[in-house]
Design a binder for this molecule. Structure first.
Ligand SMILES: *Cc1c(COP(=O)(O)O)cnc(C)c1O
Length: 443
């Protein structure tokens, strides 16, 4: 594929007739025309692009437009799209069979790779999505402790699990209200939602409900409200209080795992002692539907068939998908993380420079190689402060970038994802687009 912008007008409106037509066809047979809501561009307006091909840092849509991709399939494409080594391994695996319904060597090798990288994980079960991983980790924690209450934090996303689609009502420590139609009030009532990074709120919740808490689940370093890292005090309080009260601590590394650093957020955390359970997804599948949950062998031994907590999956450990994950992880070398970090530095540097020059209030959220941009000048430490940002301005910035051939996440509350293919000319073009877009939206 050629580089975006080489032959196309960099700033004009792109042809989108074919994407619009596919959206219409999609809407006739798929709710909203999309299979995951954020793809519908609801937060930024306009029409989503229907992509037919991707390579390296580039997406190409049905109208022939090319975009430099800062979504990376929401994290998995850490090596860049269609990495040749992964493609070769996946093609070879597919030629040997798609799914066996028996154990296979590749799933064992992927589990070994996860255990090798993440020290506190001694045993791991493969599943098909991050949602399944957090759902299963919760069941395991409840089975292990014999308790039912779960503590989560406002603005932390753990997939569309009933018990975790809960939002805080008023008050410091509140039992949750369902955040989606169809979530039973009784299920939400077993979830306690607390403000993130708030040690006193956590202490108060444990003082009142500690004996009933099965688990605290936390995004290792939240990325689903923009990047909002935990304070060391907060991390340490979660570890101390769960231990004191006999609850498990579940670190959701579905987004940060194998991305924030070689060892995910764990490698950057200042918690001291490690969490009990971890969930992984996104990078661990290299673009295929693979996720995992794992932790201490003693806890994991409670899972069927070894123990009484049931969990299963027809396609879990699928040999083709596991090959994609395994090859991706093996290829995620220190050099790859250095490349990601360089891309982060270049892009956030350009944002700071361009937004400062244009007088746009902003803050950069950062967790290792991961970053996001908040359009606010207030410090962002939790969900309430993240919500202070100017989402209308973000929508204008998003479209200014899109017109220049750079595809940002279509929401102000998402991380920007770079890959090993975000180097050299790709970075130059992104930097150029940032400066021009910042000028445009303040003109
Ligand atoms: C994406 C994500 C999930 C959900 O994963 P899916 O594969 O979309 O079900 C869970 N937790 C975190 C932190 C995530 O970023």
């Amino acid at each position: 594929m050629s580089m975006p912008g080489t032959a196309s007008p960099a700033e004009g409106a792109q042809p989108t007739a074919s994407s619009a037509a596919w959206l219409e066809r999609g809407r006739a047979v798929i709710p909203g025309g999309v299979n995951s809501p954020v793809r519908a561009f609801g937060a930024v307006g306009g029409e989503p692009r229907f992509v037919v091909e991707a390579e390296g840092a580039v997406l190409r849509d049905v109208d022939g437009n090319e975009y430099l991709d800062l979504v990376g399939s929401w994290g998995p494409m850490i090596l860049g799209h269609t990495h040749p080594e992964v493609l070769e391994a996946v093609t070879a695996a597919a030629s040997r069979g798609f799914s066996f319904g028996t154990p296979n060597p590749t799933e064992v090798e992927l589990a070994e790779e996860i255990v090798r990288r993440i020290d506190p994980v001694e045993s791991v079960r493969l599943v098909n999505s991050g949602t399944e991983a957090t759902m299963s980790a919760l069941r395991l924690a409840r089975g292990f402790t014999g308790r039912e209450l779960v503590v989560k934090f406002a603005g932390n996303y753990h997939g569309h699990v009933d018990a975790l689609l809960a939002s805080a009502g008023s008050g410091l420590a509140t039992f949750a209200l369902p955040d989606s139609a169809g979530v039973p009030a009784a299920t939400a009532a077993q979830t306690l939602v607390l403000p993130f990074n708030d040690v006193p709120a956590l202490e108060a919740a444990f003082a009142e409900h500690g004996a009933g808490v099965a688990a605290v689940i936390v995004e290792a370093s939240p990325g689903n409200m923009g990047i909002v890292p935990p304070t060391p005090e907060f991390e340490q309080a979660m570890r101390r209080l769960t231990r004191e009260h006999g609850a498990l601590l579940i670190s959701d590394e579905v987004m940060t795992g194998f991305r924030a650093s070689r060892t995910g957020w764990l490698g950057l955390s200042q918690m001291g002692d490690a969490p009990d359970l971890f969930t992984f997804g996104k990078v661990v599948g290299g673009g295929f539907p693979v996720a995992a949950f794992g932790g201490r062998a003693e806890v994991m031994a409670q899972l069927a068939p070894a123990g009484p907590v049931y969990q299963a999956g027809t396609l879990s450990g699928n040999p083709v998908a596991a090959t994609a994950g395994l090859t991706t992880l093996r290829r995620c070398t220190d050099e790859v993380y250095a490349t990601l970090d360089h891309a982060r530095e270049v892009i956030t540097g350009a944002v700071t420079e361009a937004f400062t020059a244009a007088g746009i209030p902003h803050r950069i959220g950062r967790a290792g190689t991961m970053f996001s941009v908040f359009l606010t000048d207030a410090e962002v430490t939790d969900y309430a402060s993240a919500q202070q940002q100017d989402t209308a301005l973000h929508a204008r910035f998003f479209h200014a970038m899109l017109r220049r051939g750079v595809h940002l996440p279509p929401s102000a509350f998402e991380a920007w994802f770079v890959s090993a293919a975000h180097t050299g000319d790709v970075l130059d073009r992104i930097v150029e687009a940032i400066h021009a877009s910042a000028r445009e939206i303040t003109a």
